[in-house]
Design a protein around this ligand. Structure first.
Ligand code: OSB
Ligand code: MG
Length: 369
């Protein structure tokens, strides 16, 4: 397909409620929407770099720069036969996984649409519904947290993840376990702890959590192996995993027993699939993480999460859990049984709501080949 035109949009969407983590508080979400036009087909992708370099070193500004000055020029105006060919064209660019993943997602959508198949099918998906959970930010009190959890359970969500930070951890874990003895419950520290907190994790180990996500350093693999050795609860790595190579190192060192796959963190759906397949071969379950995506990014994520080794519920929640109005139609909803239906239409399988997209766009740029 000849890549005729690529458009970037810096978007900002206001969250329905602030999202508090050990990294800070987010009130709105800035991302980049990538649109690729190729021979009459339009593909959409979302780069999940945020406004701040707190989860990742990438920001919307660095991703914009890398997209505009390096990734897009390597394919614009060229005849690109496959996603792999595009990846090869910009393989000299090191890092900047979120910038790469946004462009790759738009290309996957365009190629799937040109073949008239769903993204799920093109990626090798096997499920028509995926199991979903919800990620809850740090609440200001235990009763507030319990109230939130009750609401989400009523909506059908199959598992609850809570964010933790030093001093804002055991009281929440203890209360939720007491209130909901059988709940699938996991915690995410976003790298807020060190090995000095081993006593705390030994205590947490008694609460039958499904996993502890990224307790230690955001680039660390080695210290996590020391912590995992002391615990029955599986550690799950998020921030530390940027590639298949990182995944192999983490699994060979027994640094974690579960992997969170976020396409944005690993450079796209292609690397995500490699990680998924390797984990399957090692009997390591994976689940799909989230970056508070709009419906454009979410649509692709739902397709990826339909692959067979995504056996744990993902951080893929209904549009309304994040935003009052989404930028796709139909919006994503959670079924009463705690599943989300995988779109079956061509590509990402949802339509972009241009009026809403225009409303959330802060900056737009068009590049023609
Ligand atoms: O660590 O998983 C994380 C959101 C932004 C940055 C990092 C993380 C998250 C979430 C939200 O936990 C998951 C979601 O999109 O529902
Ligand atoms: Mg995480």
């Amino acid at each position: 397909m000849r890549i005729d035109r690529i458009e970037l949009r810096h978007i900002r969407m206001v969250l329905v409620s602030p999202f508090v983590t050990s990294m800070g508080t987010e009130y709105d979400e800035e991302h980049i929407i990538v649109r690729v036009d190729a021979e009459g087909v339009t593909g959409w992708g979302e780069s999940v770099a945020e406004g701040t370099p707190f989860y990742s070193y990438e920001t919307v500004t660095t991703a914009w720069h890398i997209l505009k000055d390096f990734l897009i020029p390597s394919i614009l105006g060229k005849d690109i036969a496959s996603v792999d060919e595009a990846i090869a064209a910009y393989s000299k660019v090191r890092g900047h996984m979120m910038a790469k993943a946004g462009l790759e997602a738009a290309l996957w959508d365009a190629f799937a649409k040109s073949k008239n198949i769903s993204l799920s099918k093109m990626l090798g998906g096997v499920r028509d519904k995926i199991d979903v959970g919800v990620s809850i930010g740090i609440q200001d009190s235990v009763p507030h947290l319990i109230h939130k959890v009750e609401g989400y359970l009523q909506e059908g969500y199959q598992r609850i993840k809570i964010k933790i930070a030093p001093g804002l951890d055991m009281q929440f874990v203890e209360a939720l376990r007491r209130e909901f003895p059988k709940l699938l419950l996991q915690v995410d520290a976003n790298s807020a702890y060190t090995l000095d907190h081993i006593g705390l994790f030994r205590e947490m180990d008694k609460y039958n959590l499904s996993l502890i996500e990224q307790p230690l350093g955001y680039e660390d693999i080695y210290d996590h192996s020391k912590l995992q050795r002391e615990l029955m609860t599986p550690i799950c790595l998020d921030e530390s995993i940027h590639s298949l190579d990182d995944t192999r190192a983490a699994i060979e060192l027994d640094s974690c027993r579960i992997i969170n796959i976020k396409p944005g963190r690993v450079g796209g759906y292609t690397e995500s699939k490699l990680i998924h397949d390797y984990c399957a071969s090692q009997n390591i379950p994976v689940w799909h993480g989230g970056m508070l995506e709009s419906g454009i990014g979410r649509a692709g994520n739902v397709g990826l999460a339909s692959l067979p080794n995504f056996t744990l519920p993902g951080d893929i929640s209904a549009s309304k859990r994040y935003y009052k109005e989404d930028i796709v139609e139909p919006e994503f909803v959670v079924n009463p049984d705690g599943t989300m239906t995988v779109p079956t239409g061509p590509g990402i399988g949802v339509e972009v709501n241009m009026k809403m997209l225009e409303k959330v766009t802060e900056k737009k740029m068009e590049l023609r080949g």
